[in-house]
Ligand binder design. Sequence first.
Ligand code: ZN
Length: 203
Amino acid sequence: MKIICIGRNYIDHINELANERPESPVVFLKPDTSVLLKGQPFFIPEFSSDVHHEVEVLVKINRIGKHIQPKFSHKYYDEIGLGIDFTARDVQNDLKSKGLPWEKAKSFDGAAVVGKWVSKKELPNVDSLHFQLYKNDALVQDGQTTFMLWKIDELIAYVSQFFTLKIGDIIFTGTPSGVGPVAVHDVLKGTLEGLELFRIKVK
Ligand code: ZN
């Protein structure tokens, strides 16, 4: 199983980090060891003092595919989820400034929160989903998939040009604005269309 992540897919988040708007999707991977085990807290790694939450809509691939055309992308998933792309922002900024890959900042153990899955039949159109992240019951990120630069079906088509998609692969579709640091004792709760899909303690 692999996790394919999309960066810079919401203009308000691109602006908050003063990044350039990309001409094509920014793509990186997380290994299966980055998935936070069910029921476990997230431990802030020792190598960072500025770990940020990034709440993201997730897509679980349900059949094998390569070079998928956008009009067929919808056949490759029937569950949508919500997760966190934890990012060691201090490490990432250092790597970015040197033009180096981001894995140390984004692919460490526990850096991928994968919440519960919801059948897309139970949801409105995947291009008009509302999702939220609450930190200690305060709303910190409030996103809508309407505002993605590249929509879910376009992302599946795009990434399948580079990677064969396999059953169980997960796509993290990018974060809206409101990213920020987490601290020990924080509780992070994610909701999609009002459904609570994860609740994580930070240690
Ligand atoms: Zn992200």
